[in-house]
Design a protein around this ligand. Sequence first.
Ligand code: SAH
Length: 213
Amino acid sequence: MKDTLKHRGMRNKLARIVAAKGIKDKQVLQAIKTVPRHLFLDSGFEDHAYQDKAFPIGASQTISQPYTVAFQTELLQVKPNASILEIGTGSGYQTAILLELKAKVYTIERQQELFKKTKLLLGKLGYRPKKVVFGDGYKGLPEIAPFDGIIVTAGAPNVPKALLSQLKVGGRLVIPVGTDEQIMTLFIRKSEKEFEKQELGLFRFVPMLEDKN
Ligand code: SAH
């Protein structure tokens, strides 16, 4: 598959749809216009890639809806060179959006098959995360922490303590919390001990699973 003028046109339209739904951050919208979402999907979905919808990506997982990706990314307030941890690499689309914002990205995936496939794909497309990790996002990445931002792209039944503890003071954790549906929740670390919490609407994600070993 290639990236063509037609795809670019569809991306511009997608960015307008996402903006109409309330996303204001110009850089986030620019990232939506730039990342070739169709290349993160199986070829059978190419024609649908620029609809504002989630799609299956294999291993019972999904690529998040562009609006959801934009919403979470806007909440992270990514600055150039910020270190960002993503839980749930999945297709790599969200990873690519974060890289367009010039973040240093660390991303964790627990499904081996997706981990391998997406690590290769990101490289092929010229996207260079600092690290693509095969492992359990509940643990975060203590060896790299603290982070300016942590984004969880699977529905978390609870807020993992490890992730809160791996934020810098001033850092932000964006996490959908719940089982059947999730409340998008933003935590801002105000000091070593204090966190501000905001709840920002309902979403639906595949579950964040814990590896019990
Ligand atoms: N950011 C992805 C969203 C993929 S869906 C994208 O843009 O495509 C969520 C992903 O989270 C799935 O790939 C799933 O396997 C992964 N996941 C679920 N629980 C996890 C955990 N504990 N640690 C790491 N990844 C997890």
